[in-house]
Design a protein. Sequence first.
Length: 532
Amino acid sequence: MSFTITILWTVVSGLLLLVLYIRANDKKITRLPDNWPSLTTERVTPEDVRALGARLARREPISIDDQLPPKTGRKYIIVGGGGFLGGWITTQLLDRGENPSHIRLVDLCPPPSKVLKAALQRGVQYVQVDISDASAVLEAFSTPWPSSVPQDAEITVYHTAATIRFYERFRWQLPASIRVNVDGTKNVIDAATHVGADILVYTSSGSVGIRSNRWLLWPWERSPKYFVQVIHDRDQEREKDRRHEDYFSNYAVSKGMAEKLVRNANGRVVNSKGGSPKVLRTGCIRPGNGMFGPRGDMLIGAFVARKCNPLWIVKLICSHSYVENCALAHLLYEQRLIALSLPSPSKPLPDISGQAFNICDPGPAPTNGDIFTTLTTLTSGECYFPLLSPTFMHLFAHAIEFYYTLPSFFFTILRFPRITGNLVNLQPSIYSLTQLHVIFDDSRARLSPEEGGLGYRGAWTTLEGAHKTVEEHYKSLSEGSVRAAKAGIDLDFKFGLGWGKKAKVAQKAGEVVEGSDKKVVNGLAPLEVNGL
């Protein structure tokens, strides 16, 4: 009897200590930093949300028209053009007057949005291709342009495609991310030089600058070592010394590797097809930290679409990048790179080719809670955020990761059903991306061209972008539109286990699906391309 009581007392005491530890650790990894007034604004209330909505309704719609670079008449190849950011770059090119027949979208999946489908009807081309297939990418880039397009027009390439496996962090898992993000980028660079493109703007990730953290603290520790991170882009040479373990996940590692490829390709001699020699000028945009907006984002629009979003990151300060601001930054970088190839004026501009620029929304960074309050208010409670314990979920994430990695170690002995649902997203690496205060410094991009910047200002603050995202969400529902992808960090806890080979599913932009057909499509008649 006494032995049973001892065991029971030990178990109860252990559980009590665990509960006390979880509560204490929760406070440490969710608190605002001591200097928070210098990093963000006062907390947003429902009254603030309604007041901002009223102001937005009274004034002229926010626009980037005064910041858009002028029409160039160039040919444009947009890798990932059927997806979220690539679709918005396409929209802005058309809005500034580029000829639709001068634009070619290269992506694994056809564009689902009504705006891009209408663009295909106007003459924009679409090429379906897996960018990890070098010959297919080269074929897609080399496909003849319509006869109405001047064959001597210069070519700009925007590369926005990626596979986002942010839940994997071990070095032995890296090949799954490298296939698209690194090998695919190399294929894009090689194809661009082959067809004579002289401008390449690559969408990197602000996460390449985020350091990984330890979230289970000792009782005497007050907060994680890198709990507050201000991400600069000034000293890019020092970034070369970062170890694999310093990155938050393999996604960031692979994006950093791809960014290095793009920057090293700057100045490469390209195929000029008998003309005067020319070189490829490259540049990278690092959206920081989460990119969002209408037509299929991974954050705010995904929250509204899912409605119920169990989370634990309410008090954390985080920079964001509204998609129209981010797309604008890509066009501005192209403009700066084009200027470098023009005859040198009396006072030449600084050479900013081969660099990477942080981009985020204008104004102070809000907390995630400010965004959640905005979404809950604007949707009349339809979108809501049940609060969970971050420490408990972190412990749970380690259990998910353990099970997720088991088949890699025991595949010759045992067979385990795979996690087939959203729960695969909940692994420890997600914490080093979301469970911190992260502020992006985009001051270099905001410098004038004469000072070595992009002249970027942006137009929407994060909260203004959230208002537009919700507005466009309800508008798209009434029109029967479709999101670009069911993407995002979905933690609705609907999950399953599956055996055997993975079934084909609806593809996300930039992801690899075996055996997909490849086509070149203009809005009027699909044309099968043999060998693509």
